[in-house]
Design a protein around this ligand. Structure first.
Ligand SMILES: Nc1ncnc2c1ncn2[C@@H]1O[C@H](COP(=O)(O)OP(=O)(O)O)[C@@H](O)[C@H]1O
Ligand SMILES: C=C(OP(=O)(O)O)C(=O)O
Ligand SMILES: [Ca+2]
Ligand SMILES: [Mn+2]
Length: 657
């Protein structure tokens, strides 16, 4: 012993204590480092409690619980093998659970062979090399396990100083809408929206199968694939079971966060999924394949209930692909699917926040004074609203703690941050750095927001807030809408952002995206609009248009409206005080604007006041009005609902000059 003071030992000395230890714990019972390591990890507790009889039958009920467990395990592996089956070889791969690199589990490999029980000792003539190997399945891994996989095997994976997993999505840092294809068959030809303006670019069944085979063969050729079995939609009556097969831990953790996470008990009874994604990530499509115009392809087959991703690793494709699915499935059940955020006040008043990417759905629905139901995808049924997802996907460019504390604090262990730049030593993220992408993102489970409402459901909405980030600076910060105006702006789906902010001033780019989500809708926009009108009328919801964009001039001369002011405006909508304010009507768009909003300088409420160059204001206003008119032309010959009166009212609710 080397210390200054001898240890005081009050015990009487025994023979085996001749040598003086510097701790009093019993030594570990391991002879080698591997044995020591095996002591470190204990088996996960069985999730199904051992059911059955009294003390006498304890042993046999334990045995039957074990065989139940075995049986379920086998079924699970069979189901995964079936998901991964090549359609031409008509048999699934031999699958086994666990990491091939883990020695403990690898030892079990041969015994756990699956479904492919016909595998014989001597290969039959038509057997392929692919059926000689096992595909290792990393099934619903925990965030900690996925961190280890990502850090060990995926370049660009690091732990940030706050504990989040920083990842790179590769060459694509955003969605590829031009590479999205939907299978056109007899029924989808009639049901879906095709042609000009539609996001649904057709592909035939045969081409889908070619891409599916390519994805499946790629995935099965890997040593291991990730499989997530999860849910969509918090409404228990309309819950959808999804399976995501992917090549990267990043994708598995992203979907773990974004979809609803089953409990261990729910997972045991998961059964056959309603929909399956095959995400081959970096593996490209074959450009000689019909309909392919790049090496990226995102293919949806509604009849087969499958989606294939080739040639992009941007994780948002999976989230938004499932959203497209919901835009098809839910309206069939008279449920409206919405590209909106949603929150609820202490008194149960629900607000929806519609808007295109970057207009503020996530930021404004994440409100410290209200319960968060969800930030992006919802359903509105006869029973109220429900979130489709189990997580949020926040933009984090220029994120600052003071302005968005809840989002800042959610970026911790378990959260995936995509394409952010961090200090090589401290691993502190620099949210202002655009070196990798402008579209930096954080994906976190919704319960990381302290006042999330779990389960994520709520009553019928009281306010429907349409967000537009108007880089022309002519739309008022807030206006109250009639039902017809709400429909006009919902169908128009306007925003104007400025693409790249780096190479000097650029022209604001007007975007019109029907239902504030044209990239994800499956049916004609008027179908969703008619459902929204019907629901808003029935439940007495008020529509609002909020400009989260420019004021005092267009992009380049004016400034973006302060987030603090927009929050005050939203507060006044929630509290009901804005409903009873004094209003005046604007030129051209005919919008009702309040004269006073608490906490907001009154002079900014009418945008004309904030422009020093009145002629420039007028030119920009008329220009925008013209863009709206031109965009709406394609909807002129469509009926909305059963009532032609509504269609006429909606048309009359647009700009006039
Ligand atoms: N007045 C404002 N209102 C809303 N967001 C604003 C405002 N000013 C700046 N922002 C920023 O704009 C972005 C809005 O993005 P986000 O809420 O993620 O959009 P969405 O969820 O609709 O895609 C955030 O980065 C937010 O900080
Ligand atoms: C994730 C997306 O949505 P948002 O920007 O609306 O959050 C997206 O459009 O890819
Ligand atoms: Ca979105
Ligand atoms: Mn968002």
């Amino acid at each position: 012993m080397s210390g200054n003071l001898a240890k005081i030992d009050t015990r009487t000395k025994r023979d085996d204590e001749e040598i003086c230890h510097d701790d009093s714990a019993t030594p570990v019972k391991a002879q080698t480092i591997d044995e020591l390591h095996s002591l470190q990890m204990k088996k996960s507790a069985p999730s199904t409690p051992i059911k059955g009889g009294g003390a006498g039958s304890a042993r046999s009920s334990f045995d039957s619980a074990v065989s139940d467990q075995d049986h379920r395990n086998k079924q699970q592996l069979q189901s995964i093998s079936a998901s991964l089956a090549s359609l031409t070889r008509e048999t699934g791969p031999k699958v086994v659970k666990g990491d091939p690199a883990s020695t403990r589990k690898a030892a079990e490999t041969p015994k756990l062979s699956s479904h492919h029980a016909t595998a014989t000792a001597t290969p039959t003539p038509n057997i392929s090399d692919s059926s000689l190997k096992f595909t290792h399945i990393l099934y619903n891994l925990s965030p900690a396990e996925l961190y280890e996989q990502a850090i060990k095997y995926e370049k660009g994976s690091f732990i940030t100083s706050s504990g989040a997993l920083a990842t790179l999505s590769g060459a694509k840092t955003g969605r590829s809408p031009r590479d999205k294809r939907v299978v056109k068959d007899e029924s989808t030809a009639k049901e879906l929206w095709w042609g000009k303006g539609s996001p649904n670019i057709e592909m035939d069944e045969q081409t889908f199968l070619v891409n599916r085979e390519r994805a499946v063969d790629y995935l099965c050729s890997l040593d291991k694939v990730f499989v997530n079995d999860q849910y969509l939609n918090w409404d228990p009556n309309h819950r959808i079971k999804v399976r995501i097969v992917s090549a990267r831990a990043y994708h598995s953790l992203f979907m773990h966060n974004m979809c609803i996470r089953p409990t261990p008990e729910e997972l045991e009874d998961f059964g056959t999924p309603d929909f399956t994604i095959y995400n081959s990530g970096q593996f490209p499509c074959n450009r000689y394949t019909h309909y392919m115009t790049s090496s990226t392809s995102i293919d949806i087959n509604l009849a087969r209930r499958e989606m294939v991703i080739l040639g992009t690793q941007y994780a948002g494709e999976m989230k938004k692909g499932l959203f497209s699915l919901m835009h098809y499935l839910m309206p069939k059940r008279q449920i409206l699917s919405l590209h909106s955020g949603c929150n609820m006040g202490k008194d149960g008043d629900v607000a929806l926040f519609f808007g295109l990417s970057g207009t503020g759905k996530t930021t404004l629905s994440t409100d410290h004074n209200r319960y968060l139901i969800g930030d992006d995808e919802h359903c509105w049924s006869e029973n109220g609203v429900s979130n489709i997802e189990g997580g949020c996907y926040a933009k984090c460019i220029d994120l600052v703690r003071e302005k968005e504390p809840d989002i800042w604090n959610a970026i911790k262990f378990g959260t995936v941050v995509e394409n952010v730049v961090f200090d090589e030593h401290t691993r502190e993220v620099d949210y202002s750095d655009r070196s990798v992408s402008e579209n930096t993102r954080a994906a976190y489970p919704i319960e990381y927001i302290p006042n999330a409402k779990i389960p994520c459901v709520g009553p019928h909405p009281k306010n429907v807030i349409l967000l537009a980030c108007d880089a022309f600076g002519v739309l008022p910060p807030v206006s109250k809408l009639s039902l017809a105006q709400t429909m006009y702006h919902f169908i128009s789906g306007y925003t104007a952002l400025v693409a790249g902010t780096e190479d000097g001033i650029k022209e604001p780019q007007a975007t019109f995206s029907a239902c504030f989500g044209a990239a994800f809708i499956m049916l004609h926009p008027t179908k969703y609009a008619a459902m929204l009108a019907e629901k808003m009328k029935k439940h007495g919801a008020t529509g609002w248009l909020v400009n989260t964009g420019w004021s005092g001039g267009r992009y380049g001369s004016g400034n973006r409206i302060k987030l603090a002011y927009t929050r005050k405006i939203i507060d006044a909508i929630h509290s009901g005080s804005l409903l009873n304010a004094d209003y005046s009507k604007t030129e051209v768009f005919g919008l009702e604007i309040p004269t006073v909003v608490e906490g907001v300088p009154s002079e900014i409420l009418d945008p004309v006041n904030t422009w020093s160059d009145k002629k420039a204001y007028n030119d920009n206003l008329l220009n925008l009005g013209g863009l709206f008119k031109r965009n709406f032309e394609v909807f002129l010959n469509h009926k909305i609902g059963t009532d032609n009166k509504l269609a006429e009212e909606i048309l009359a609710a647009g700009p006039r000059f």
